[in-house]
Design a protein around this ligand. Structure first.
Ligand code: FE2
Length: 296
């Protein structure tokens, strides 16, 4: 369950102090250990210049280089397997009037995260969040499949509050704040994160809605599809290897699909092999492709 952490810290903590503490004290694979950084994250939020100084730099750079990753994510620093950023949450009136363009997740779409993160309210009234929990191991990954989502609580995440979200367990929706708000986020980026999926959920149907396009998994699939469009014998070998051994089930399925695209005459063979995949997402897709082949 997402934890709301009671913590006080009157002193100002610098980014460097935070990074040093995490390097020395925190096991990023253990939520209790991550939680020990809460007073420091709270202390970082006492630095009233932290975001504005970076934002100024970003404005300056934007007009110099014309490239900006996201107007609503401000990079603050990083350490081994984690990074720090500020997130800007535009208000509903900013968005509906077109004054601010939203380039992050749409509000109101329920989602989990494939990383754990701890967040502190930094500026503004803060967003409202509705939290749920689910069992990631029960999700096969098929779009539209039923997912048991358990409502936990609805909460106003105000300036000064600290919360810790668990990867692939906590689900939430966010509602736009009344005024533009900012959070500071301590993001865990251990190597396993790149292999985990993130989901959008349909709360009304209690179902898996979609995968975000910016996921590593979604990018891998996109590259595989492009390679299958223009591929040669080498591509075939690469896709064979990925289909057999990549730890991400969506990537394996995309590799099988790519192989069939490259060599349609081998479709039966490829889908027979895919049928013995350990994950239902791949094995079930293989079964329905074989059925379709036999019907045609
Ligand atoms: Fe989120």
């Amino acid at each position: 369950m997402a934890r709301t952490i009671e913590t006080r810290n009157e002193s100002v903590v610098s980014i460097e102090e935070f990074i040093d503490f995490v390097h020395a004290q925190v096991d990023l694979r253990d939520l209790d250990s991550i939680e020990t950084a809460a007073p420091l994250l709270r202390g970082m939020a006492n630095d009233r210049q932290l975001v504005v100084s970076r934002l100024n730099r970003q404005v300056l750079n934007l007009f110099r280089t014309e490239t900006i990753a996201s107007a609503q994510v401000i990079y603050l620093g990083e350490g081994r397997d984690f990074y720090l950023r500020a997130n800007v949450w535009p208000s509903l009136s900013d968005l509906s009037s077109g004054r601010v363009y939203q380039d992050q997740f749409a509000y109101s779409v329920a989602h989990d995260h494939n990383y754990s993160f701890m967040t502190v309210g930094y500026h503004g009234p803060g967003y409202i969040t509705e939290m749920y929990q689910y069992d990631n191991s029960a999700v096969t990954g098929k779009l539209g499949e039923h997912v048991e989502l358990h409502f936990v609580e609805r909460l106003h995440f105000r300036t000064g509050m600290v919360m810790l979200y668990e990867a692939s367990r906590d689900v939430h929706t966010q509602l736009p704040p009344e005024d533009m708000s900012i959070t500071l986020n301590f993001m865990i980026s251990t190597p396993d994160v790149r292999l985990r999926d993130q989901y959008f959920f349909d709360l009304e149907r209690s179902a898996l809605l979609d995968y975000p396009l910016e996921l590593d998994g979604s990018r891998r699939i996109s590259v595989i599809r492009m390679a299958a469009d223009v591929g040669d014998a080498n591509t075939q070998q690469l896709l064979n290897d990925l289909a057999a051994s990549h730890p991400c089930r969506r990537t394996r399925l995309a590799a099988y699909e790519g192989l069939v695209k490259l060599r349609p005459q081998d479709a039966e063979l490829v889908w027979r092999k895919a049928g013995s995949d350990s994950q239902a997402l791949v094995a079930d897709a293989a079964r329905s492709r074989l059925d379709a082949l036999h019907r045609s």
